[in-house]
Write a protein that binds this ligand. Structure first.
Ligand code: ST9
Ligand code: ZN
Length: 347
């Protein structure tokens, strides 16, 4: 009895989509954003996080000013980019494709490296990140989805990190099988040591390197390579949950919210092909794209890096979807927007 009840409930969570899909405008509508904001339950706000995010953005804006007013050395900018790149790899290649989805396997040296990169990004421990992400995939756009995009653009972008979680998130999250991550000593080491590790990797190293090696002003290094770089990586990541659930096409399945968004893919090293990814989450490319032009244009750079490590032997067992399979799915459920003649030619 209990089991059947549970299943029906899960099915219901999934099925109240369709009318809302019709209503939803594929555009960012500021009036809608405002209305959604008004409807959020403000008694659930975690003010400590609001204050921290306001401070972070104030420092980030100060960082922008230090860059635009030419007070930042070019070496510090290059260094900030290197930090951005590593943080991005820690999230896309590590937390997302390796640990949350297990779409490929990696040997311990590479897992340690990706864990360190993921710490540079300071987006919660791998274990917490992957649990939230698994529950997001399994219960997308329901109360059990941590960044449920039905609660509005802002909520799905960053608002969810400033509110107490919906009880369903925790309830459903506890039913997930996390034993694979709990058996990974690299993941568990990071979870146990998270606080000092983010301090060193997200803030101390990015700040001290420019100061020590090329005499950058310490405050400038902290604001630009630390806070500004951190803020940028956060927003790009959050765009996958906001923009890539709102603005774009649905060539693979028109009945879900996630969309294909090339801008997000470009910024997030290949993570904007979100309509595909929600249908085939175990594909290590998070898209059907392949080929050198995609790599050159940076539309899926993470895949290029995974392939590079596969060539060195550190990566193995990459899972993909065959073109026959995604084409079949596209014909059956897609919105008909797929452009087979696109200049960025895939397979
Ligand atoms: C950040 C994460 O930014 C961003 C993730 C984005 C994901 C994007 C995915 C898209 C695809 C990949 C794209 C990559 C693109 C990359 C591009 C790069 C250029 N299941 O949390 P608590 C338990 S983080 C099961 O306190 P509250 C939990 O264990 C930014 N259980 O809930 C605990 O139990 P116990 C920095 C769960 O009080 C209890 O529930 N970090 C689950 O409601 C309470 O947990 C922050 O800002 C679950 N899913 O607070 C921190 N979840 O007590 C923000 C929780 O037994 N977080 N539990 O241990 C917080 O402060 C809080 O979590 C909160 C909620 C205020 C949001
Ligand atoms: Zn995913």
């Amino acid at each position: 009895g209990a089991l059947i009840e549970q299943d029906t409930e899960d099915a219901n969570l999934h099925m109240r989509h369709n009318d809302e899909l019709e209503e939803r405008k594929i555009e960012i509508n500021f009036r809608r954003i405002y209305q959604d904001l008004k409807q959020l339950d403000w008694s659930k706000v975690v003010w400590r996080n609001v204050v921290l995010f306001v401070l972070l953005h104030a420092y980030g804006i100060y960082g922008v000013w230090l860059v635009l007013s030419l007070q930042t050395q070019w070496r510090t900018l290059v260094w900030s980019y290197i930090m951005y790149f590593h943080a991005a790899m820690g999230i896309t290649m590590g937390a997302h494709r390796l640990w949350a989805h297990r779409s490929y396997k990696a040997h311990t040296p590479l897992r340690i490296y990706l864990m360190l990169c993921q710490t540079v990004a300071f987006q919660n421990s791998i274990h917490e990140w992957a649990r939230d992400h698994r529950v997001h995939h399994k219960y997308s756009e329901t109360d059990a989805d941590p960044h449920n995009s039905r609660r509005g653009f802002f909520f799905s972008h960053m608002g969810w990190l400033m509110f107490r979680k919906h009880p369903k998130v925790i309830e459903k999250g506890k039913t997930l099988d996390m034993s694979d991550l709990e058996a990974d000593p690299v993941v568990m080491f990071q979870k146990r040591n998270y606080l000092w590790m983010i301090t060193i990797l997200c803030f101390v190293i990015p700040t001290v390197v420019p100061w020590y090696f090329w005499d950058e002003n310490l405050l400038t290094a902290l604001m630009v390579a630390g806070f500004l770089r951190y803020t940028i990586v956060l927003h790009i990541t959050w765009f996958v949950n906001s923009l890539a659930h709102w603005v774009g096409s649905k060539p693979f399945d028109k009945s879900i919210f996630p969309v294909q968004n090339g801008l997000v893919a470009f910024l997030a090293m290949g993570e904007g092909w979100h309509n595909y990814h929600h249908i085939f989450p175990w594909d290590y490319r998070t898209s059907e794209l392949g080929g050198w032009l995609t790599a050159m244009l940076n539309f899926n750079f993470t895949t290029t890096v995974i392939d590079f490590f596969a060539a060195t032997g550190q990566v193995y067992d990459r899972k993909t979807i065959s073109p026959e399979m995604w084409k079949k799915r596209m014909k059956r459920t897609g919105d008909g927007t797929y452009d087979e003649n696109s200049p960025i030619k895939w397979n």
